[in-house]
Design a protein around this ligand. Structure first.
Ligand code: HEM
Length: 418
């Protein structure tokens, strides 16, 4: 993609899912924006206008101020008229109402319900099972011979299984969950979408709802020790959670919990293959370098391309003013290549201290599953790099066309057992 420096082409390119399948071109574009117009008013065709935020410190300042910048009514990029269409079809304001659509006090109350599951002691209890699933994933890779598509054969299935076990979705329903997630997140990719019709998008949510209504009924009849039982039986005072919020909760966990992690895992492997000296360094220092390598992979990939916020008051930023009621888009992938923060940001370094990256967001909505994601990726890489060697690219990698959650959709590799 050639560098674009003028409107409306630049504005339209940034919201065009095909741009996001050209990682290098996109990063060049963001580099230009960081240097020349870090707080830029965009007016792309078919979208309500918004501010584009590309510098690390600006993203952090906005995401860190939950009062001044709220998530509702525009947490992510959607075409003009979507909101009205949802209201006309469903008779309610939200199609989905999950943590990312909420602001305080609801956000805090709902987040508290499950956050214990994703940190500390509870997470440590999951370690043995995660290790087991990582082992099975590498068994599967080796059983496939000397070549596979690392995304389609390994990376998507492993985090999917982990999160579905935590949520309480049985293995036989995983394929359905994967399909629905890809249709929801990657609805703009020709391989993932049902069609371009917005009605089809509504139908994806209706399919999630159907499935999750049955899950709630089952867990109310007979609670188990999974997160679905916790959500289905939770009460605020004497009241159970409303259906919209219950299904929103399942949906955010079921979707945010795997596509992101698989994209980081696959993108991390591509970065290692493209940087053999870094691969060598990691393989020879697995224990000491694993934590930094995993965060570097997540910084490098930044699979969640953006979230949005809306200002509740005027907010001066650099030489502009974001007025109350205006929305901003936080381009995490751009912040994570900001040279004011990361030395040589376009170098992939397994020993970089990259934990301050913004790939998990920042502030009150910071990723609930960040520790789980790191645990899963470390377990898989430990298993992979101790049992498999000479991993190299065996074909052209392909990227998902999505402005929301993206990354590789195909990564052909060649390898041999150690
Ligand atoms: C490498 C993998 C992952 C990445 C890059 C990632 C990224 C993100 C980002 C950028 C946000 C929004 C933060 C913000 O608005 O400030 C988020 C929120 C969230 N993530 Fe993740 N995520 C990952 C894995 C997971 C996993 C494994 C789970 C499993 C439960 C998860 C669950 C959530 C939830 C529930 C939220 C909403 C939090 C809130 O609004 O309070 N994520 N994630």
């Amino acid at each position: 993609m050639p560098l674009i420096t003028h409107s409306p082409d630049l504005d339209n390119a940034l919201v065009n899912p095909t741009t996001w399948a050209d990682e290098l071109g996109l990063h060049r574009q963001f580099e230009w924006l960081r240097e020349n117009d870090p707080v830029r008013w965009l007016t792309p065709d078919g979208f309500d206008p918004f501010w584009s935020i590309t510098k690390y410190s600006d993203i952090k300042a906005i995401a860190g101020n939950k009062k001044l910048f709220i998530n509702d009514p525009r947490p992510t990029l959607g075409p003009k008229g979507l909101q009205e269409m949802v209201e006309a079809v469903t008779g309610r304001k939200h199609l989905i109402r999950s943590l990312v659509q909420m602001d305080d006090p609801d956000h805090m109350a709902y987040r508290r319900l499950t956050q214990g599951w994703f940190m500390g002691q509870q997470l440590r209890l999951l370690q043995a099972r995660v290790d087991e699933l990582a082992k099975q994933s590498v068994d599967r890779l080796l059983a496939l011979g000397n070549t596979c598509d690392f995304v389609k054969d390994v990376a998507i299935w492993y985090p999917l299984r982990v999160i579905m076990e935590i949520l309480g979705v049985p293995a036989e329903d995983e394929a359905l969950m994967l399909k629905l997630t890809q249709e929801l997140f990657g609805s703009t990719d020709p391989d993932n979408q049902r069609s371009f019709a917005q009605e089809d998008f509504l139908q994806v949510v209706a399919d999630f709802d159907d499935y999750f209504d049955r899950l709630t009924a089952a867990r109310r009849r007979q609670p188990t020790d999974d997160v679905a039982s916790l959500i289905a039986n939770a009460k605020f005072g004497d009241d159970p959670l409303p259906r919209l919020e219950i299904n929103g909760y399942y949906t955010i966990i079921a979707t945010a919990g795997h596509d992101t992690t698989s994209a980081s895992t696959a993108g991390g492997l591509l970065a290692l293959m493209n940087n053999p000296a870094q691969m060598h360094k990691l393989v020879n220092n697995l224990d000491s370098l694993m934590p930094t390598a995993i965060d570097e992979m997540i910084r490098w990939v930044s699979p969640v391309r953006h979230f949005m916020r809306t200002a509740t008051q005027d907010f001066p930023l650099r030489n502009k003013t974001i007025s109350s009621g205006e929305s901003v888009i936080l381009w995490y992938a751009s912040g994570n290549r900001d040279q004011d923060i990361f030395e040589a940001p376009f170098d992939f370094r397994v020993d970089r201290q990259a934990t301050k990256h913004l790939a998990f967001g920042f502030g009150g909505h910071v990723c609930l599953g960040q520790h789980l994601a790191r645990m899963e990726m470390s377990a898989l890489y430990r298993e992979l790099l101790t049992r498999v060697t000479d991993i190299e690219l065996a074909g052209e990698p392909q990227y998902i066309q999505s402005t929301f959650v993206g990354g590789l959709k195909s990564l052909p590799i060649r390898y041999r057992p150690k």
